[in-house]
Design a protein around this ligand. Structure first.
Ligand code: SAH
Length: 254
């Protein structure tokens, strides 16, 4: 065994990461979450730091930044599920690129990197809570590190964006049935946030798999947001919200 291999082995055994906290997000399932942060600016989340990482001095100065980087685990993916090439949704799901040329969630180490708006830092006794905006993260996501976003270093004028040069856009309009609009108003009051705007921004991304993207089918699609199931369907160039159905807790089986 060469020296290089030896030191690599030592490195692997010594590196043990533990989460500093967990995300509490409006997104309760993977389907429908935008494919990058910043696309759904109305998406709110909290990062709840564990007590060991919650000392106010650990955050001193962070309030001066408008955005933070999060390094997190794609914890909802099955472990060890990656391959050398992947089919990015942006390319219609039928062209293969190298895993390291994409932001695929299936990677050798299942780590993700997202930038988020930082609205507020709250110190709650044992626990510190960061209020975040524009996230692309599932509820329960473990976070391993947090760093301020540095515009001078992290935003590169004239950088090339490869196959994802522009933000994705959909030509479909988002509409609501009168009943769904009423339900949005009620939910907005209940949750203290603009639910109609959130839904508009999410559906504007058209969450369907790309091979169906142009189809008008008879299906009803659904995704879990907060404590409800958002249901919609497709009409000629219209993504129509049909209803917000409250999710009831499944009864405990004895
Ligand atoms: N900005 C990150 C993530 C991009 S992929 C990065 O580039 O590394 C975004 C997708 O990750 C979302 O559409 C969602 O389906 C998925 N996702 C978000 N949180 C996840 C989690 N905890 N486990 C598995 N998949 C997750």
């Amino acid at each position: 065994m060469t020296t290089g291999q030896n030191s690599l082995l030592n490195f692997e055994t010594e590196l043990a990461l533990q989460p500093i906290g967990f995300i509490r997000s409006c997104y309760k399932e993977k389907f429908g979450i935008p494919r990058q942060p910043g696309l759904v600016t109305a998406a709110q989340a909290k990062l709840q730091l564990l007590p060991a990482f919650s000392q106010p001095e650990a955050f001193k100065g962070l309030e001066q930044f408008s955005h933070v980087w999060l390094i997190f685990q794609f914890h909802a993916n099955p472990s060890a599920s990656w391959s050398n090439t992947v089919r990015p949704p942006r390319l219609g799901g039928n062209k293969r690129l190298g895993v390291f040329a994409t932001r695929s969630t299936f990677r050798p180490n299942p780590l993700g990197l997202s930038v988020a708006g930082l609205d507020k830092i709250e110190f709650l006794g044992q626990e510190t809570c960061l209020h975040l905006r524009g996230i692309d993260l599932l509820d329960g996501t473990p976070v391993f590190d947090l760093k301020p976003y540095l515009p001078y270093a992290d935003s590169i004028l004239g950088a090339q964006g490869g196959f994802a040069e522009q933000a994705p856009t959909s030509e479909w309009e988002v509409g609501f049935t009168p009943e769904a609009q009423l339900q949005c108003a009620e939910k907005s009051l209940q949750l203290g946030t603009d639910i109609e705007l959130l839904i508009r921004q999410i559906l504007q991304q058209d969450p369907r798999p790309s091979y169906r993207a142009q189809a008008v089918d008879g299906r009803i699609y659904a995704m879990k947001l907060y404590d409800f199931d958002l249901q919609w369907h497709y009409k000629a160039k219209l993504i129509e919200v049909i209803g917000l159905v409250d999710l009831v807790e499944s009864p405990v089986k004895h």
